[in-house]
Design a protein around this ligand. Sequence first.
Ligand code: FAD
Length: 491
Amino acid sequence: DAGLMWFRRDLRTEDNAALYHALKRCRKVWCVFVFDTDILRPLLERGLRADRRVEFIHDSLIDLDEQLRALGRSTGTEGVGLIVRHGSALAEIPRLASQLGVQAVFANHDDEPAAKTRDAQVLGTLAHDGVLLQTYKDHVIFERQELLTGNGRPYTVFTPYKNAWLKAVTPFHLKAYPVQRYADALAPCPAQVSPGVPALEQLGFAPTNLRALKIRTGSRGAQALWEDFFSRIEHYHQARDYPAVKGPSYLSVHLRFGTISIRALASAAYAMHLQGMAGASSWLNELIWRDFYHQILANFPHVAQRAFKPEYDAIRWEHGAHADALFTAWREGRTGYPLVDAAMQQINQTGYMHNRLRMVVASFLTKDLGLDWRWGEQYFADHLIDFDLAANNGGWQWAASTGCDAQPYFRIFNPVSQSEKFDPQGKFIRRYLPQLAALPTPALHAPWLAQPADLQAAGVTLGQNYPQPIVDHAAARQRTLQRYAVVKPSQ
Ligand code: FAD
């Protein structure tokens, strides 16, 4: 039989579930990636021509094409490579399947609602031609309804989910798929479907500052990051909360696009966790959060539009011209709260934001500005290079207290004390807000409380080269308590 491997959020050859099954089952296998215009056109229509994710994918595909060619050469087959299409996947996959005369298309699961709709349509079109669509778990350790509570329901609280995860995991779940073993099924591309990756400009996109940021792409980039993090993982639990410190792994973009295998990472972290390494346990915990939010999205797809807890849909968020102005200030890092503003500079300049800061700015948007969490969620979706619907939605709903959180009612972060606690020397703030760099550290966390002499000496004029705070935290806190009072917490 002949098969077509359709790469989506799994841009690697090593330990790739669908690729493994395709190669094992078929005598001849071709590989394709589709730059899906159903996803890309809306970005272009909204003017997002320079998108770091598109460039990340593009560069990672060059790496993937090389990996496939190398696998082909390892078995003595020339002409193996990645076929790249630019068009709607709904049409491109069935067309290519028929051109190549395959009996089955292989892909890994993608449980985002739009992806599920797409896959159902592709499955229907393929079935019409007698071609199968075979899909596999690859992106997480446990998916969908693999872990259920004693009552047979999906978990909605993290800690019991985590306990169930740790109890259920076995070496089988963490084992790599030995793709290389069946590489001789990789077939040379016929003349009419030559492999190779088109230039970014041919797709209608422009280069970004990805290279200037030294963000390394593809499996090789992921491997280099992982090796670097491996040498620091034992300190992760102590370093992870301080945005000025190189504490986390920065692997999120690679996990998002599958340039590294979750099984490889989880099995390494799990082995170190079993040896009692606190940093590894803490990091494994984050990988389990990732699985947790993926199963939340798969089992409760309404979260993509509405509050996880329906009673929270009763909250009335601010709206109108004033709300729009507050939102603009938040987006542009002009709130007058330095940690919030520095964090927004980080996402705007680099497409990444430290986890602690994601929580701080999300809390600020919802609890200090009284704005709908979906506004912030969409902004992150447009700007994060590691944007992942499941994790982003989970994070926003957690911060807005509308989602999965064990806390009985809701928390309101104080942006000044968060700043004092997690950027105690103001290093992160100074990096992203150079106009405040000369302020003494205590004043850096709340410049409006600074001595006039200190402001003057540092060359800071509030309202001119740095804003006055756009809200008073204490007053905003009271308004939030009232706003949330409409919610009758369900037990
Ligand atoms: P590390 O600390 O090294 O963690 C390792 C990996 O675990 C991450 O790469 C990520 O895959 C996973 N992970 C870590 N924390 C979480 C979490 N809370 N939920 C789910 N997975 C997690 N993460 C995304 O990958 N994409 C998003 O779009 C996203 N949006 C977020 C929005 C908000 C409001 C919040 C509070 C968090 C969001 N996160 C998101 C989770 C987290 O902030 C990032 O995964 C993390 O900062 C990425 O950096 P890292 O790879 O260095 O993480």
